[in-house]
Design a protein around this ligand. Structure first.
Ligand code: SF4
Length: 116
């Protein structure tokens, strides 16, 4: 059978690993959302990063985003772990990081607009 490019080893839609953000550890810096814009965003209510699309970017770009995280709170997990972690997240108490509105949605902090 011909290859489609969607095979997991090619970073396609049939990936066998998923990315997850530990929002209780995330400090809302936005680095991941800046690097892999189609995968991460800053969640609007609390200003923490969240995965919005597991196949939004290539594996290598997501790994690059993971590598930028200053608190190491993004991890690759398997499907079962992802389901368990997402269920646990529903019961987490997470404080607001102070990002609101459009800046949080786009994954930018207002301070990034400062000219040096
Ligand atoms: S890089 Fe890490 S700390 Fe920064 S927003 Fe993303 S997950 Fe949170």
């Amino acid at each position: 059978m011909d290859r489609t490019g969607l095979e997991p080893e090619l970073g396609g839609a049939l990936r066998q690993k998923y990315v997850y953000v530990d929002e209780s550890t995330c400090i809302g810096c936005g680095h991941c959302a800046y690097v892999a814009r189609n995968t991460f965003c800053l969640e609007e209510d609390y200003g923490r990063a969240r995965v919005i699309n597991q196949t939004g970017d290539s594996v290598s770009l997501i790994q690059e985003a993971i590598d930028t995280c200053p608190v190491d709170c993004i991890a690759w997990v398997n499907e079962r772990e992802l389901a368990r972690l997402e269920e646990l997240r529903k019961h987490q108490v997470i404080t607001n990081m102070g990002l609101v509105g459009d800046n949080a949605r786009r994954g930018h902090r207002a301070t990034w607009n400062i000219d040096f």
